[in-house]
Design a binder for this molecule. Structure first.
Ligand code: ZN
Length: 383
């Protein structure tokens, strides 16, 4: 059984999290990765995604030639960008547990994935493990609507199957991930002086509140969630507000449930707006609704008998560790890659409480994922 170099994995991870890499600003961390990858014998190049995402860095692609003939190329993918607050990360190390100092995220999402891939690549060479061509892809702007993966130059890749490393428990292989819609509703009413002539106004905030109060939100069922995350509107406490905009989203691993939830949210606004009217100077004035629902990305659904899934499960079985296929409401580059013709599943890395300033991670979880990945490469090579 392969044994990863845990101190090296930890050091690289700490190095990576100390380098700022908010979305569109991934250049420094990419350069650190290039150094690491070249030292593991890979050739690195960038595509041209930077222009399209208006960032300072493109997707990084690193190539390792196979050391045996006749093995299909394998894709390993993680993203380089992190969410806010993510600048000036000062990791706190307690043995193998790494936390934030409470002022920023840790960036284990997804530098854990980046570090795991690098360690796997080092091991391939050091242990002379049989492998086919490996294509390691480090994307930009994952946290910005998966823009890096959307703009990834597929002409630079031969692989058609592989793994994304971008979720929490190393015991989970995500094969089904939610699709999502972004939603925006603008309700228009009628402005009026709140004290002198409220009867000449129509409160857009009140109408929106009625729509929201009637709405199913939060966890809808096992596969479906919905949220309204921002509300903006009104001018002052003494003005009946004539406009309010509410933004949110819906997600589901089941496309029909997703459509149904989006329709429900739209219907709530339509109903509340239809009921709202005021008569001013003998003229009936109705509230107005403008809305937009945009699919953010499609649900991902990799069959559990897909070769990549079977190979990961076989690798875990050989190592005597448990990895189970799983579904999640989160979305990641894997959604886009599957949409774009790859078959990729998403293996957990150990990142925890991500997108919060309480983010932490256990390096032993990262090591476990690296072990499973090395074994997967062996299984894939027929070794
Ligand atoms: Zn991520």
């Amino acid at each position: 059984m392969a044994t990863v170099n845990l101190p090296r994995l930890k050091e690289l991870f700490l190095d990576l999290v100390r380098i700022d890499s908010l979305s569109r600003r991934e250049r420094d961390v990419a350069q650190r990765l290039v150094r690491e990858l070249e030292s593991a014998g890979l050739r690195c190049r960038f595509d041209t995604a930077a222009d399209k995402v208006r960032g300072n860095c493109s997707n990084l692609i690193a190539y390792l030639d196979g050391n045996r003939e006749g093995i299909a190329p394998l894709l390993l993918c993680a993203h380089m960008d992190t969410v806010v607050p993510g600048e000036g990360v000062k990791p706190v190390v307690e043995g193998d547990i790494i936390r934030t100092d409470g002022t920023t995220v840790l960036g284990g999402d997804d530098k854990s994935g980046c570090a795991i891939i690098c360690e796997v690549l080092h091991q391939l060479r050091e242990q002379d493990i049989a492998h086919g061509p490996i294509e390691a892809v480090f994307t930009v702007c994952e946290e910005l609507g998966l823009q890096g993966a959307r703009n990834l130059d597929l002409g630079l890749l031969q692989a058609r199957e592989g793994l994304v490393f971008d979720s929490d428990s190393p015991g989970y292989l995500f094969v089904r991930q939610a699709g999502a819609y972004g939603l925006r509703f603008t309700v228009r009413g009628l402005e009026a002086h709140a004290g002198m002539a409220p009867e000449r106004g129509l409160s857009a905030i009140k109408v929106a509140a009625e729509a929201i109060a009637a709405m199913r939100l939060g966890r809808i069922d096992e596969e479906t969630t919905a949220n309204l995350g921002t509300i903006e509107g009104g001018r002052a406490g003494n003005v009946v507000p004539n406009e309010v905009t509410v933004r949110g989203e819906a997600r589901s691993t089941d496309p029909r449930k997703l459509e149904a939830q989006v329709e429900h949210m739209i219907a709530c606004f339509k109903d509340a707006v239809a009921r709202a009217a005021v008569t001013v100077d003998g003229k009936l004035i109705n509230a107005q609704l403008e809305y937009k629902s945009v699919p953010s990305y499609k649900a991902m659904n990799v069959p559990e008998d897909a070769p990549i899934v079977r190979k990961v499960l076989e690798a875990a079985r050989r190592l005597g560790c448990e990895v189970r296929p799983h579904a999640t409401g989160g979305g990641c580059d894997a959604n886009i890659l599957n949409q774009r013709g790859f078959v990729v599943a998403n293996l957990g890395t150990g990142m925890r409480d991500i997108h919060t300033v309480r983010e932490w991670l256990d390096v032993r979880d990262m090591a476990a994922t690296a072990e499973v990945t090395l074994e997967l490469i062996r299984v894939h090579a027929g070794a």
